[in-house]
Design a protein around this ligand. Structure first.
Ligand code: THG
Length: 268
């Protein structure tokens, strides 16, 4: 499972404050904590600062890369901001994200084309949010075929089928899960990834819903997640679900996590 640490996101008050104060040490600490907790990529998002987003994203990339050896997931809907951050990123970044929305597609495709960048392909088009499994598969088909045709190896593509709130429509949970299954079955070598927090929007005990949904998605083949790696219960649920899904030979990673004390609450 590819773990993308979500905490350096300006929608969080402490992060917005650290960005505005240019407090590199505060950002570095959150980057190091996530890396130590098992994040493969560190997501950076400055989307709440229109006009200043590109400059702040660059600073976040520099700050994260000075603090850890992990690459960044550059999280923005703005192709120009992504391009600016990418220009100073060392190593192989993950672009979060391209979509079928024309502006985004037209401007990001030349940036990822023929590179070894990883890319999240969001199941979104100018027609709006997909609802059914079929809506998502059609968009995924256009995204994956278009990317592969333009020299992006299928192994570098993570399709995000887009999680929507369970509180809005009783079908949204299973539609997402069945889309993961269909996408993984339809394209050999493809990956899927998502953020989870939307599933529990408007409901109490959100972390319970989020980690239960994560386990269900892993059973359908989900192999990438934008999560809080400091959430021990979420990380333990991921480790358990991967073992139970047969994606952990001899349960080696499960046993290793157990021996490292990561599967149970810290001893009192
Ligand atoms: N798909 C893709 N990218 C995404 C999302 C997605 N990027 C943004 C978002 N969704 C995922 N990132 C976040 C970042 C922070 C939070 C939620 C999603 C958040 N965190 C809690 C907080 O600040 O209180 C802390 C986490 C916790 O307590 O567990 O709100 O869907 N491609």
């Amino acid at each position: 499972m590819l773990i993308i640490g979500e905490l350096i996101n300006a929608s969080r008050k402490a992060i917005a404050a650290a960005i505005e104060a240019q407090d590199a040490e505060a950002i570095a600490q959150v980057a190091r904590d996530q890396a130590n907790a098992g994040a493969d990529f560190i997501d950076v998002n400055a989307g709440i600062f229109p006009g200043r987003e590109a400059g702040y994203l660059k600073w976040l990339v520099e700050t994260v890369q000075a603090a850890t050896d992990r690459p960044c997931a550059i999280d923005s809907p703005d192709p120009a901001a992504i391009e600016a951050a990418l220009a100073i990123h060392r190593g192989t970044a993950l672009i979060n994200s391209i979509s079928l929305e024309k502006e985004r597609w037209d401007n990001l495709l030349p940036i990822v084309s023929g590179t070894d960048l990883k890319v999240i392909a969001l199941c979104m088009s100018d027609a709006g949010m997909p609802e059914t499994v079929d809506d998502r598969l059609k968009i995924a088909d256009a995204l994956v075929n278009g990317l592969v045709k333009n020299g992006v190896p299928v192994e570098n593509i993570y399709v995000d089928p887009l999680v929507q709130p369970m509180s809005v429509n009783n079908s949204f949970g299973m539609n997402f899960l069945n889309a993961v299954e269909a996408i993984m079955a339809h394209f050999a070598g493809i990956h899927t990834a998502c953020g989870l927090s939307n599933i529990s929007y408007g409901l109490p005990v959100r972390k319970l819903l989020n980690r239960t949904f994560m386990a269900m998605a892993i059973a359908k083949g989900l192999d990438g997640a934008i999560v809080n790696p400091l959430d021990r219960e979420m990380m333990a649920a991921i480790t358990a679900a991967e073992a139970l899904a047969g994606r952990d030979n001899y349960c080696m990673r499960y046993l290793k996590a157990y021996r490292a004390g990561r599967l149970q609450p810290p001893a009192a």
